[in-house]
Design a protein. Structure first.
Length: 499
């Protein structure tokens, strides 16, 4: 089957074509990775770190070309694409040093002439399935630390970002990685699942990582659970932003604009609902609507807030989300709702709207806690706004949808910050900053419908791609039995001070 990847800002522009393979080819790639893993694990970790350093240098040398390809293929604004490529370089820079810091511990024994140790061992073969909204940065979060830890990789990228994925793979392949250590597989979702199922049955895959929807993540989690594996799941979000009565409203609007509409709202960390104190609700809404109306949408190679939908399937699903706007809602933020066309124009649009999959930004006020718009992830440029009275109520509303990825609070009161932090279920909290934005050395991940508690980035991801091994070494010359042959120290527990 041939897949055609087109430019969503110019549908006549074919970026690449790729042959999609079946389940058997995915399993075969896992078999190649299995054959290569033991030799790769024998390479000293500091030397594996030097391979990671090579990757980082190659990314920096090809940064502009890679960023422009990402923009062309998925329509992400060029400034954001450049930031995404920089994130790969940052990830490599961090993990270069971890090749010299895969520390174990020396632990004191309870018996003489005996030593206890712990070691980090690679898990083995890792299989990663990634989305295309961050076609190069998110794969690097998996692949770089996995390789550094001595694992081999089977990677299945999204079809609609095939050219970006191929360029990413080619950069890694040029870094002196041995044959079979990194394997790329282009396949449709159901074939990938069947191939993964087969690979798990043959015990070819030791760790699965998945970035994508909560629904598919649940299926992968169930599959891995049947094989007694715990996958690394980074799933969707309905990310709340609480704006308190003492917040800097202009700053809050900046955060809402970027996190709600950056990348066209097509991030797992995109703002879902702004939960605004009733005393400032109307003023925040007025300013947010004005800022959204003034923002430039269009050609992603220009200076725009966002460009097109990533792909036709996301445009179709976004049309469904727009159907959740009800009579009790009011829309704000643009000169229309739905797809931007010559007959449904967007004021200030940059470029030719008829050429691509461009949609109006939509702010929806009057959102209620039982609305579909409030409870479900809406992957696209739509943000709900709802009022609250007390901070406890705001936290309850923020947790209600059951996701738990990212969150934000805008306030000048430290007490509110820590009350929000302790009550929110999200794995990530921003204070006076947007729900979107990750640094390469901080843990990234969510809870609830946003993930299974696994974390990516920083030292925390090492627990995903290594397993602890303990060793006890008894050189006493005799069998010493723990808890039985230990020295007992008795105290006179009846002792009392006089008087």
């Amino acid at each position: 089957m041939t897949y055609v990847s087109t430019n969503p800002a110019d549908l006549a522009d074919v970026v690449t074509t790729v042959e999609l393979v079946g389940a058997g080819e995915f399993t075969a790639a896992a078999r190649r990775a299995k054959q290569a893993q033991r030799d790769w694990a024998r390479v000293p970790a500091p030397v594996r770190g030097q391979v990671v350093a090579n990757i980082g240098k190659l990314v920096e040398a090809n940064a502009e070309a890679l960023a422009r390809l990402v923009t062309r293929e998925i329509g992400k604004p060029l400034a954001e694409a450049r930031g995404e490529v920089q994130e790969i370089a940052d990830t490599c820079a961090f993990f270069v040093g971890e090749g010299r810091r895969l520390y174990g511990q020396t632990v004191p024994s309870e018996m003489p002439d005996k030593q206890l140790f712990t070691f980090r061992n690679p898990v083995g073969v890792t299989a990663f399935i990634t989305a295309g909204n961050f076609p190069v940065a998110v794969p690097s979060w998996y692949i770089v630390p996995a390789l550094l830890c001595g694992n081999t990789v089977v990677w299945k990228p999204a079809e609609y970002s095939a050219a970006s994925a191929r360029a990413f793979y080619d950069i890694f392949a040029a870094s002196s990685l041995p044959e079979g250590v990194l394997n790329i597989v282009f396949a449709e979702g159901s074939e990938t699942f069947r191939g993964l199922e087969s690979a798990l049955q043959e015990r070819l895959v030791d760790k699965v990582g998945f970035t994508g929807s909560s629904e598919v993540g649940a299926l992968i989690g169930a599959l891995c659970g049947r094989h007694l594996q715990s996958p690394c799941l980074e799933l969707g979000g309905k990310n709340p932003m609480v704006v308190t009565e003492d917040a800097d409203l202009d700053l809050a609007v900046q955060g809402a604009l970027f996190s709600g509409f950056g990348t066209g709202g097509q991030r797992c960390t995109s703002l879902g609902t702004a939960i605004v104190h009733e005393s400032v609700h109307d003023e925040f809404l007025r300013r947010f609507a004005a800022a959204t109306e003034a923002a430039v949408v269009g050609n992603p190679f220009g200076d725009v807030l966002y460009g097109p939908m990533l792909d036709g399937k996301f445009a179709a699903s976004y049309e469904e989300y727009l159907g959740w706007v009800r009579d009790h809602h009011t829309t704000h933020g643009s000169t229309g709702v739905g797809r931007i066309t010559s007959t449904n124009p967007r004021k200030g649009f940059l470029g030719d709207p008829e050429a691509g999959l461009f949609y109006h930004p939509v702010i929806v006020s009057g959102v209620r806690p039982d609305d579909e718009l409030f409870l479900n992830e809406t992957f696209g440029p739509i943000v709900g706004v709802t009022p609250y009275r007390t901070l406890d109520e705001a936290v309850e509303l923020a947790n209600l949808p059951g996701y738990g990825l990212s969150s934000a609070i805008y306030t000048t009161d430290p007490n509110k910050v820590f009350a929000f932090r302790s009550g929110i279920s999200a794995g990530m909290v921003s204070v006076n900053n947007s729900t979107s934005g990750a640094e390469a050395h901080l843990p990234f991940g969510g809870n609830g419908k946003s993930g299974n508690g696994s974390r990516q980035s920083g030292v925390w991801v090492l627990d995903q791609f290594t397993r602890w091994q303990s060793m006890n070494w008894d050189y006493s010359g005799s069998l010493q039995k723990a808890q039985m042959d230990t020295l007992s120290v008795e105290a006179d527990l009846g002792f009392r001070l006089d008087g």
